[in-house]
Design a protein around this ligand. Structure first.
Ligand SMILES: Cc1cc2nc3c(=O)[nH]c(=O)nc-3n(C[C@H](O)[C@H](O)[C@H](O)COP(=O)(O)OP(=O)(O)OC[C@H]3O[C@@H](n4cnc5c(N)ncnc54)[C@H](O)[C@@H]3O)c2cc1C
Ligand SMILES: *[C@@H]1O[C@H](CO)[C@@H](O)[C@H](O)[C@H]1NC(C)=O
Ligand SMILES: *[C@@H]1O[C@H](CO)[C@@H](O)[C@H](O)[C@H]1NC(C)=O
Ligand SMILES: *[C@@H]1O[C@H](CO)[C@@H](O)[C@H](O)[C@H]1NC(C)=O
Ligand SMILES: *[C@@H]1O[C@H](CO)[C@@H](O)[C@H](O)[C@H]1NC(C)=O
Ligand SMILES: *[C@@H]1O[C@H](CO)[C@@H](O)[C@H](O)[C@H]1NC(C)=O
Ligand SMILES: *[C@@H]1O[C@H](CO)[C@@H](O)[C@H](O)[C@H]1NC(C)=O
Ligand SMILES: *[C@@H]1O[C@H](CO)[C@@H](O)[C@H](O)[C@H]1NC(C)=O
Ligand SMILES: *[C@@H]1O[C@H](CO)[C@@H](O)[C@H](O)[C@H]1NC(C)=O
Ligand SMILES: *[C@@H]1O[C@H](CO)[C@@H](O)[C@H](O)[C@H]1NC(C)=O
Ligand SMILES: *[C@@H]1O[C@H](CO)[C@@H](O)[C@H](O)[C@H]1NC(C)=O
Ligand SMILES: *[C@@H]1O[C@H](CO)[C@@H](O)[C@H](O)[C@H]1NC(C)=O
Length: 587
């Protein structure tokens, strides 16, 4: 396996023309824009701004190139990426509502950012989610109808790897076929698919089939769409910074380069960026004539802001950092979708564990992928996702208001996965991982500094399950999975449950021991309306009270949509590109 991987690396030698390797003179070069972070947001922005050949953009990324990283390219190997050399490997603070356990917080350390290591699920959120953004920010530009053109610029819907007939599995009228990021339905059928389909007809009242969860109306269970094309991960690195784009002479890329902070160039104008390539021994600066775009993601964007003197002055002064701009919302309101991966023992050998446990079989299916882009590794092994609501008369609503964006937006998500996604599953047994997640969580956490050294990691507290609503919802979600698997179609398939817990107290304890983050952190540099008394950026994504600094990543979400977060980031970036081009009269 190792030998195989290193051979593959040699064969796919990087051919990135605009990667800068010589820093001499960089400080004297003039860039219109400097983009910090080459993830979902940063890659899309760098692509769109360099459509005009006269606009020079420098993109700075902490990780390395995605070229030739087979583990990232092969969708079925996604569980091999966390942890890995392409993961920052962050860890949360002890979670007080989870028996003080610390949780892994995965983030991509590679060109393409977290889209280079994620699960690739393609979800946009609901029309109500986007309309809520418009209402919060008082900017109709964020409404569902008005972001349609950005959805379309981003998406390139393609045939699945196995070229099966997809009629009845999605609604083509709500998709785009000529955008940048490839999207497809599953390209290898899972052993559990037919049972799932049968359940949707048997229990259609509680679990209706939804032809397309990306139409704006998500409720029900439907086929998963994923950011995959030709059986290959379509990350932001592979798509927005694919060979035809990254070779643009006006796009300059610094890899393996850590941004330390931004520097004030004139009073309240931040157009200079300080970075290092040798763990802080040598520091360099580079400036933008127009704007710095901060796209380091929900964890590192507030970290970089605080190290630049932008944040809560009380926090900054406790670390000896001079406050240049007091902005108390930086790092606050961290929102995350908590997940419990419920592992049901099943009567089958046709699950992911069988591949993960057998090096010979794994090598075989990797060869199959390499030779013909077919087989079980063309997807992560999930083909159905559900978005469901608590009943209107659920007792929790006597206590708290409904936090969903509207009556057609889900409270919880169900994900059917054909096996435990781990390179090292339990030694025996085959499983159905039937995950439950809170889609509209009300817990809020924070990002704060741990030390005054920008190279140290921040303290990440997602504060999962700190509210009654989140605990109530995940209990009900688990009860829903039991009703789902009680359908006739699962007879003889399910051998044992993940837990015998049934009472609220027992389920709460099971959740405390098993909950994890869904890796969808957002909201740590939130957008709010122009006149709001809180928030970090205005509806045009400019940092409030400053000039020359815009934020384009998941940290600006004013609230989490009931969705996986990559597509919402792409939508934000596509709109941001329009806003920036119009502000600077760029084509
Ligand atoms: C394991 C996992 C599974 C996921 N599954 C899904 C899924 O199935 N579907 C979905 O929609 N979403 C999923 N997500 C979430 C999705 O990938 C993210 O929401 C999205 O990538 C966020 O985009 P971003 O631009 O905000 O940040 P990122 O994509 O994380 O990009 C930030 C970039 O900034 C760089 N950076 C940070 N700090 C610095 C610094 N100091 N100097 C230089 N560069 C820096 C990082 O290396 C990174 O490349 C998943 C994420 C993970 C980690
Ligand atoms: C994350 O951990 C892996 C080991 O599992 C390591 O190889 C890698 O360097 C770590 N990532 C970073 C950014 O340090
Ligand atoms: C969690 O840690 C806090 C602070 O150390 C402590 O007060 C609390 O009792 C701990 N909770 C559990 C369940 O161990
Ligand atoms: C796909 O299936 C649908 C009905 O399920 C059928 O009408 C259509 O002709 C099929 N398309 C192809 C290309 O076979
Ligand atoms: C699932 O159903 C389809 C259509 O009814 C059938 O062609 C296929 O063989 C079934 N798959 C399995 C694994 O039973
Ligand atoms: C957190 O968000 C809420 C709105 O959801 C807002 O009222 C509050 O002021 C925010 N807190 C901070 C510190 O920004
Ligand atoms: C591992 O996979 C190979 C190739 O499919 C197969 O021949 C072998 O029997 C498998 N080994 C085990 C222990 O299942
Ligand atoms: C909610 O209403 C349904 C029927 O409409 C009923 O069966 C259920 O008991 C009610 N639940 C509560 C908590 O009142
Ligand atoms: C919810 O969605 C359904 C189906 O699209 C629609 O008929 C209904 O009007 C929607 N309800 C609200 C309150 O928007
Ligand atoms: C925070 O800093 C302390 C002291 O340097 C260190 O022991 C700890 O591991 C750090 N925590 C994190 C999450 O990095
Ligand atoms: C496992 O499935 C087979 C059919 O595939 C069936 O004969 C057997 O009874 C099942 N085992 C259990 C314990 O349900
Ligand atoms: C559930 O109870 C059964 C019977 O007592 C036991 O064999 C099994 O191990 C329990 N399962 C779990 C996950 O605790």
């Amino acid at each position: 396996m190792l030998l195989f991987l290193s051979l593959a690396l040699v064969l796919w030698a990087p051919q990135v023309l605009s990667v800068i390797t010589d820093l001499d003179g960089l400080a004297h070069r003039s860039f219109d824009f400097v983009v910090i972070g080459g993830g979902a947001g940063g890659s899309a922005i760098a692509n769109r701004l360099t459509e005009d050949p006269d606009v020079h953009v420098l993109l700075i990324e902490a990780g390395g190139s995605n070229e030739g990283v087979l583990d990232s390219a092969i969708p079925g190997l996604m569980s091999f990426l966390t942890p890995s050399p392409w993961d920052w490997n962050f860890t949360s603070t002890p979670q007080s509502a989870l028996n003080n356990r610390t949780l892994a917080v995965a983030r991509g350390f590679i060109l393409g950012g977290s889209t280079g290591i994620n699960q690739m699920v393609y979800t946009r959120g609901t029309s109500e989610d986007w309309d809520s953004w418009a209402a919060i920010t008082d900017d109709e530009g964020w409404s569902w109808n008005n972001v349609q053109k950005y959805i379309r610029r981003n998406e390139r819907f393609t045939a699945p790897a196995d070229h099966h007939n997809t009629t009845g599995q999605f609604d083509p009228s709500v998709h785009s076929f000529d955008g940048v990021v490839s999207v497809s339905l599953q390209g290898f059928s899972n052993g559990i698919d037919n049972r799932t389909i049968q359940t949707l007809s048997e229990l259609s009242e509680e679990f209706p089939f939804n032809l397309d969860m990306n139409s704006g109306f998500q409720l029900g269970i439907g086929w998963v769409q994923a950011t995959i094309g030709d059986g290959t991960r379509s990350s932001a690195g592979a798509s927005y910074l694919g060979p035809q784009f990254i070779s643009r002479p006006n796009l300059h890329v610094l890899l393996n380069t850590r941004v330390l902070r931004m520097l004030e160039t004139e009073r309240l104008s931040f157009r200079s960026v300080e970075f290092t390539q040798d763990a802080g021994n040598t520091k360099h600066t580079v400036s933008a004539s127009k704007e710095v775009i901060l796209s380091a993601g929900s964890i590192m964007t507030p970290h970089i802001l605080m190290h630049s003197g932008i944040g809560d002055s009380e926090v900054l002064s406790s670390f000896g950092i001079e406050t240049i701009h007091h902005l108390p919302s930086v790092g606050k309101n961290l929102s995350e979708q908590p997940i419990v991966r419920n592992e049901w023992l099943v009567n089958s050998t046709d699950t992911f564990e069988t591949i993960a446990r057998n090096a010979t079989l794994l090598a075989d299916v990797i060869s199959e992928w390499e030779n013909i882009k077919m087989g079980p590794l063309v997807d992560p092994p999930l083909s159905f996702i559900g978005w469901l609501r608590l009943p209107d008369n659920a007792s929790i609503f006597q206590q708290v208001p409904d936090p969903a964006a509207g009556p057609n937006t889900s409270h919880y998500e169900l994900i059917l996965i054909n096996g435990i996604l781990s390179p090292t599953p339990p030694a025996t047994g085959n499983f159905l991982a039937f995950s439950t997640s809170v889609a509209s969580p009300t817990s809020r956490g924070s990002i704060t500094l741990n030390t005054s050294n920008p190279l140290d990691y921040p303290l990440i507290n997602p504060n999962l399950f700190s509210t009654d609503f989140d605990r109530f919802t995940v209990r009900e979600a688990f009860r829903a999975t039991k009703r789902f698997l009680a359908a006739q179609s699962w007879d003889g398939y399910i051998l044992a449950p993940p837990t015998n817990a049934t009472t609220d107290e027992e389920l709460d304890e099971y959740v405390r021991e098993n909950a994890a983050t869904e890796n969808h952190p957002a909201g740590t540099a939130a957008m709010s309306s122009k006149n709001a008394a809180y928030g970090v950026v205005d509806p045009d994504l400019l940092v409030k009270g400053l000039r020359g600094l815009r934020i384009v990543d998941a940290s600006i979400f004013p609230r989490l949509p009931a969705a996986h977060t990559q597509v919402p980031v792409y939508i934000v970036a596509e709109r941001a590109a329009d806003l920036i081009k119009s502000a600077w009269k760029i084509n």
